[in-house]
Design a protein around this ligand. Structure first.
Ligand SMILES: Nc1ncnc2c1ncn2[C@@H]1O[C@H](COP(=O)(O)OP(=O)(O)OP(=O)(O)O)[C@@H](O)[C@H]1O
Length: 284
């Protein structure tokens, strides 16, 4: 980790809380500071009952970059991702210790509304899961839930365009989202996630159910999305992490974050032997 990533900037201090306990973040002040930390875990541990799935994780995730989370099966990647927008709240046995800060605010503070948090931190899952509704209604869903009824068509178009799907579906917005191919369905889910204009998009193995062509489109899209959003992606595919991410976090058994650095450094010259063994396929 370089010092530029660890030192707080002026932009990081004292966000002004709104009624949902969260600050208005992404464009506050109209400037983006290079490598500004947007998400930070401090001593973050997660337990399912007695079992510890994440162990004292400290990490600073920069804004408007792609951060890949890799590691062997069961090392806590999805658990970490789900901490960021409090999806673990939905698991009865899950207990979180430590802090997960979004723009300096601990998302586990009592005054944070998890539903509002999930509007700012959207999520895309492993299997495409469009609703059995029209393409238009899928994308408009989050806007309607928020009661944002103005310019819905325009926002739907913009989200589909950002998700690199508009050209393929422009003439069939009233057809069912379920009639699209798997890759198109996943881009529809990405459009649905970005329509409410979040700051962060979490992706849990978004291409693992797709063929190579559809995967390649999703990878290109993820790189483009990082111009506007902070993307955190869990992937089993190390080549994919190497191709599309700026930073890589390597979790190993026991939910330990062993190394976090520039992706090139992780793949070319990792600090830890255990990381090198994992990257080179000696275990995991
Ligand atoms: N809902 C749950 N209830 C109980 N234990 C869970 C739950 N979800 C995950 N775990 C356990 O927590 C640990 C971490 O799981 P997690 O799914 O975060 O790992 P992962 O690295 O994402 O795994 P994979 O790569 O296989 O998806 C595992 O031991 C898993 O069995």
């Amino acid at each position: 980790m370089t010092s530029s990533e660890t030192e707080p900037t002026d932009d990081q201090t004292a966000p002004t809380p709104g009624t949902d306990g969260l600050a208005d973040t992404a464009d506050s002040g109209g400037e983006t500071t290079f490598d500004r930390t947007l998400l930070e875990a401090r001593d973050l541990s997660v337990y399912y009952g007695e079992e510890r799935a994440l162990a004292d994780v400290d990490i600073e995730i920069p804004e408007k970059q792609v951060t890949a989370v890799i590691g062997p099966s069961g090392c806590g990647k999805s658990t970490f991702l789900r901490c960021i927008n409090r999806m673990n709240d939905l698991v009865d046995s899950a207990r979180v210790e430590g802090e997960l800060c979004f723009d300096g605010k601990n998302v586990y503070d009592d005054d944070v509304d998890p539903v509002a948090l999930r509007r700012k931190i959207g999520m895309v899952f492993q299997s495409p899961n469009p609703f059995p509704k029209s393409i238009r209604d899928n994308v408009a869903y989050g806007l309607k839930v928020q009661g944002k009824q103005e310019n819905v068509d325009e926002k739907v178009h913009t989200a589909l365009e950002r998700a690199a799907l508009l050209d393929e579906v422009e003439d069939q917005l009233d057809s069912s989202g379920l009639d699209l191919s798997g890759g198109q369905q996943q881009r529809l889910c990405i459009a649905r996630a970005i329509a409410p204009d979040p700051d962060v998009i979490l992706m849990d193995e978004p291409a693992s159910a797709l063929d190579p062509v559809a995967t390649s489109k999703i990878e290109d899209l993820i790189e483009d999305l990082a111009e506007e959003y902070t993307v955190v992606i869990v992937t089993h595919n190390m080549q994919q992490a190497a191709r599309i991410s700026d930073k890589t976090a390597v979790f190993l058994t026991g939910g330990e974050l062993v190394e976090f650095d520039d992706t090139d450094k992780i793949f070319e010259n990792p600090e830890h032997d255990r990381v090198e063994d994992y990257i080179t396929g000696k275990f995991g």
